[in-house]
Structure formats: C-alpha cells, structure tokens
Ligand binder design. Structure first.
Ligand code: PLP
Length: 386
C-alpha cells in the first residue's frame, strides 16, 4: 500500500486531507510525492515559524538530540530554563509552565485561574467567560471554552463553568463576568479558527481595565497569534495591555510540539509543587528549537513581519473576486466571492497551499517568507479568486 492507502486504512478519519503527500521542503517551499513544488502559505497551521528545515532551528534541535533528548521534570535542563527566561522577557510575564500543545496550554491557564480565584475570592468564583466564535482547543475543557455550539454537540457533558459573551460587546462581557462570578475572561486578540477576525481595540482595552478593577483574571490565548505572527511578539502587545495569563504554542516550537502557560505577577506562584505537570512538557529538544526561534524574533524581525503583512493587504485589498481582507501581521483572512474551498483548490493546482478558516481563505506563511516568494503566492491567489 502507498502512503495514502495506508493512511486511509489505519489513521482515524478525523481530517479531510487534500490528496497530496508532502515528502520534503525547505523554507517556504514544499514538494509532493511527484516532485511538484508548492509555496507553503499555511506553515503547518502557524507552526513552522521559520519555514521547513530552517538551518538554525535544525542545528539547535540536532545539537540537543546529541546530548539529552529527554529527562523527566524531576531534573533541571538548560533549554527549558533558557526558554522560560526569554519568554518572560518578551511577554512581561513572570513564570512559565511548559506543556505540549495549545489545548494543554489553555487547560493550564484555566487551572491556574480557577485556583487563584478560589483561593482569593471563594470556591464559587470558577466560571471562565470566553467569547462566541472563539476556538481554544479539542480537549473536553477547551471545547467547553470554545464558544461555538457545533463543537460541543457530540461530546456532552463538557466541563462545566463556562459562559459566552459576544465579542466586542464590552458592557455585555462585563455584566456576564460579574453575574457568573467569573474567575477569568479568556480571549483571542484575533479569532483565528473563527475566521481571522481581530477584536476591536477599544473592547480589548476596556476589558483589560475592567478585569484589573474587578480582580477578574484576563487570559489571552496566543496559541495562533503569538510568537511574532501578529507583528508583535504577542498580539496583546498591539493593544497596549498586559494580561494575567497567556497561553502559547504552535509557532513557539517551530515544528516540534511545545505549549506554554505564561503566568503574570498576580498568578506567578499560584501553581505550586504537585498542582500541575506533564511528562513531556519542557522537553529539551523542543525547548532548544524554540530558543532558536524566540531569540531571532527581535524588533527588526517584527518590523519586517508587519511590513510583509501590509504588503499582503496592499496586494489583496480591492482585487477582483476579493471582498475583504482581515487579520493582523502575517495572519490573514480573505473573504472571496467564490467559495473559499474552490479558491484553495485552484491555488493548489497552481502550486500554492493556503488554508481556510470558516468561509475565508486563510494565510499563515512562515514569518521569514522571502518577499518575492510571497508576491508569487499572492499572484496565484489573486488569479484563483477571479
Ligand atoms: N487556541 C487557539 C487560538 C488555536 O488556534 C488552537 C488551534 O488551532 C488551539 C488553541 C489548540 O491548539 P492545539 O491544536 O495545539 O491543541
């Protein structure tokens, strides 16, 4: 059996895969089993921050593989400690808990918020207010956090203690948080899976002020928006706010599984010995790769991400067949006249691999995609929209 046949026969059918097997790649270019070249405009859904087999990341990972590939969290390892310091410096947070994925990072964030609120205000302060149309993961708790009914239907009962506010309705969110005795409000600054929709700046700022005044924790899910994607290291930095808890994953590991819960001043010590854990969390190989990613995302690099994001918008806004362009930095949603799936199919036939999010075409290219490669991909996308 070939790969597709094996996969069909033995892998659970949870993904509607495209009929392409990717066999190799370098940077923003990937190749299928026939040797056909594609420009990768999805980066593994925002994971391969510096593209496929980036030299610096690969060297960091392989060097660590040759020393220690894993130790339990009973012992110290340098990459984990170094990465935690870098993340705190970049984010304004104080401590880091490492896990393996975005959903796990959100689980940790929710646990930290519930423990803080129960200890500080009482056990009835457990509700987490999230936003309608949000996406926070696939575990039972993060599905409950996800404000989209259709994700909930088949998996009842979900973890209780979640309430859903309308995005950008500040008064409604505040009222819901007070009424439910919320431990925290959790937001994505740009709803990714929900269709690449940025929250209004006034809403985010107003919500941060409300949370501070009422000692309701603000959790920002930066799983998709984080690690340079938005043109700032974390997207909340574009809004001039400082959350209490930040979840991070996807692009952090550059291609290896890594998630992180970043704990701000209020909750710095809330998770004590034995309160939380993960066998693989903080794995030295994943962390060594992540250090090589995070170290390179400096101000000049972020300015370049912003500039490329603006270039994408200039190219696409007002082009025939394109109704609107949303998002931030190199996180782009394109509302097309044609159905998004049709546009993606035409792009694939012409050597470009975009994603979709709801009814939009979504672009999450590698952050270091060369401008000429980006331009080439955008030309193909524009032609596919006609
Ligand atoms: N949070 C957000 C905002 C996401 O976009 C995702 C995944 O798409 C997740 C959480 C879940 O991350 P993971 O698939 O790594 O568990």
């Amino acid at each position: 059996m070939n790969t597709k046949e094996l996969d069909q026969a033995y892998v659970a059918h949870t993904y509607a895969r495209f009929p392409i097997e990717i066999v190799k790649g370098k940077g923003s270019l990937v190749y299928d089993e026939t040797g056909k070249e594609y420009i990768d405009m999805g980066s593994g859904i925002g994971v391969t921050s510096f593209g496929i087999c980036d030299d610096v990341w690969q060297a960091a990972v392989t060097a660590q593989l040759g020393t220690v590939q894993h130790m339990s969290n009973l012992y110290y390892t340098a990459p984990c400690a170094k990465l935690a310091k870098l993340l705190c410096e970049k984010s304004g947070m104080k401590k880091v808990f490492f896990g393996n994925s975005g959903a796990e990072a959100n689980e940790g964030a929710i646990k930290a918020a519930r423990k803080y609120a129960a200890e500080k205000k009482g056990p009835e302060y457990y509700t987490i207010v999230t936003l309608k149309n949000s996406f926070h993961g696939r575990t039972l708790t993060t599905l409950a956090a996800t404000g989209q009914d259709h994700f909930h239907e088949l998996f009842q009962p979900l973890t209780p203690g979640f309430a859903y506010a309308d995005a950008n309705d500040l008064e409604g969110t505040k009222a819901l948080a007070l009424e439910t005795k919320a431990a925290a409000v959790m937001i994505e600054c740009v709803q990714g899976e929900g269709g690449v929709i940025a929250l209004d700046a006034d809403y985010v700022k107003g919500l941060a002020a409300f949370c501070k005044e009422n000692d309701v924790l603000l959790i920002v899910d930066e799983v998709q928006t984080g690690v340079g994607r938005s043109g700032s290291f974390y997207a909340y930095q574009n809004f001039g706010i400082l959350p209490d808890i930040v979840s991070s994953a996807k692009g952090l590991g550059g291609g290896l599984p890594l998630g992180a819960v970043l704990l701000g001043e209020k909750v710095e010590f809330v998770l004590g010995s034995g309160d939380h854990g993960s066998t693989f969390g903080g794995n030295p190989v994943c962390c060594a790769g992540a250090v090589s990613i995070v170290e390179r995302i400096d101000d000049a690099f972020l300015a370049d991400v912003k500039a490329k994001g603006e270039f994408v918008r200039e190219e696409l806004c007002g082009a025939p067949g394109i109704e609107s362009v949303t998002g931030m930095g190199l996180m782009v949603g394109i509302k097309t006249v044609k159905p998004a799936a049709e546009v993606v199919k035409a792009c694939m036939a012409n050597g470009v691999l975009p994603l979709t999010a709801k009814d939009k075409v979504r672009l999450l290219p590698a952050l270091n995609i060369p401008k000429d490669v980006l331009k080439k991909a955008l030309d193909v996308i524009k032609a596919a929209c006609l």
